[in-house]
Design a protein around this ligand. Structure first.
Ligand code: ADP
Length: 421
């Protein structure tokens, strides 16, 4: 068994799965660990390790200290390069946590500089002149301006990251990236020499991602969405450190009932619930009418009686922006999120007790709450259902099961159905 090559620190659980999936697709065997393991915990036999934190909306100090602990563990495990993974929609608040965590990692590694690029063209996230687009829309017009926890009201990432750090933020524009890895590498070196701690990098196509990956082969730290991880496995193969692998994502068989739990209120998830509603049993919980997590869980677990089997049931707490705002106004933003997350975690526990072994969870924070409640410690990453969302084999204190953790905005409209085909 050789040491892992790449160590990733992800700020939420679906984001962790997303980058793990990108690495598997490009030939690295990858294991996702839930939280920072203990000093004596065994290092998994894998080419890449992704530590999943739930730090996106945690207090800044906590996000920084957990990220540094993850870095220390990955360093001790033998990783040679590190990756701070955040969302492809740059989900953060004015306080962070992307900037403060990056500052801490740059300081700990002594590298003085890191690129920052959330682009993920396969999921319609592109960066042009430093502006982040979701499809044809600027980030702040994409629906992300209504996100329950991290509303994104500015699409200019140089400005957004600039507000989160005391370091300078420069830009490597599209025209440079388009000229290839050498030009991109030179541009980053130039920015660093001129006193920039970060460079936002434009990327519109997968070729740009590959270019950025190649240009950053010698960087101690990269920060970004999973897109820019696309080019990293090739660097390791080129250096003779990673063998060519045909199947990096085979998972053991698991049998049991199927279910979907949705706590994301993102547009894609709302569409997916709408599509599922027409074809499989679907329960839409109303947290505004019943602002009580135990009561919501009871409703759901009564409803599933006699419905569990190979056809998935869908249980959703998701609501449109008006209803989310109404609950937040009634009980507070944080409290609303926690109430729904607690209800869905209760339901997940109840579903597993009733024999569910194949579970899709929609929503980053929601997935964090569910995975924590189920006592999952590690996820071996398997084949993708849609870009960025693989099935995973989950092990921990409960029975082994298959889990798919879907970032709210990911997946095609029929995602909840196609996951079980
Ligand atoms: P995404 O991946 O789309 O960002 P998350 O799960 O990360 O989804 O975030 C969605 C947040 O919205 C969670 O904290 C969830 O508990 C909360 N939420 C879900 N349904 C409702 C609702 N009906 N009212 C208020 N908040 C809700």
């Amino acid at each position: 068994m050789s040491s892992p090559l790449l160590g990733c620190i992800a700020d939420d659980f679906t984001g962790a799965t997303d980058i793990a999936s990108m690495l598997v697709r490009n030939g690295m065997r990858t294991v996702q660990l839930i939280g920072v393991p203990g000093h004596h915990d065994e290092v998994p036999d894998a080419d890449a390790i992704v530590i999943a934190l739930k730090s996106r909306t945690a207090p800044v100090g906590q996000a920084v200290s957990e990220s540094l602990a993850a870095l220390a563990w990955l360093t001790a495990a033998g990783c040679r390069q590190f990756f701070q993974k955040y969302c492809s929609t740059f989900d953060s608040t004015e306080l962070g946590n992307i900037g403060p965590v990056a500052d801490a990692l740059v300081a700990a590694l002594g590298c003085g500089f890191a690129l920052a690029c959330p682009a993920f063209p396969a999921n319609a996230r592109s960066v042009y002149q430093g502006y982040l687009f979701v499809g044809a829309l600027l980030l702040n017009e994409s629906g992300m301006e209504n996100h329950p926890l991290t509303p994104m009201t500015d699409a200019n990432l140089v400005r957004v990251l600039g507000r989160q750090t005391d370091g300078n933020v420069g830009l490597v524009p599209f025209a440079t990236v388009n000229r290839g890895a050498n030009a991109t590498r030179d541009a980053m070196t130039g920015l660093k020499e001129r006193g920039n701690r970060y460079a936002i990098i434009d990327a519109i196509t997968d070729d740009h991602l590959a270019t950025i990956g190649e240009a950053a082969a010698s960087h101690a730290l990269l920060t970004g969405g999973s897109g820019i991880a696309l080019g990293l496995p090739e660097n390791f193969r080129r250096a003779g450190l990673l063998p060519a692998r045909t199947s990096a994502g085979a998972l053991p068989e698991v049998s049991g009932a199927s279910a979907v739990l949705a706590g994301s209120c993102s547009r894609a998830t709302l569409f997916q619930i709408g599509t599922a509603r027409e074809q499989v049993p679907t329960l839409e919980l109303d947290a505004l009418e019943t602002p009580n997590s135990a009561a919501l869980a009871k409703q759901a677990l009564e409803w599933v009686q006699g419905r569990l089997g190979t056809t998935p049931v869908v249980i959703a707490a998701s609501a449109n922006p008006e209803r989310v705002a109404a609950l937040q106004n009634k009980i507070g933003r944080v409290q609303a999120g926690e109430l729904v997350e607690r209800a869905l975690a209760d339901i997940a526990e109840g579903l597993v007790a009733r024999g569910v072994r194949r579970l899709v969870v929609a929503g980053g924070e929601t997935s964090g709450a569910v995975v924590t409640r189920l006592g999952v410690q590690r996820l071996r990453i398997g084949a993708e259902i849609d870009p960025g969302v693989p099935w995973t084999y989950a092990e921990g204190s409960g029975p082994p099961m298959l889990l798919a953790l879907k970032s709210g905005n990911f997946g095609a409209r029929d995602f909840f159905l196609k996951a079980f085909n």
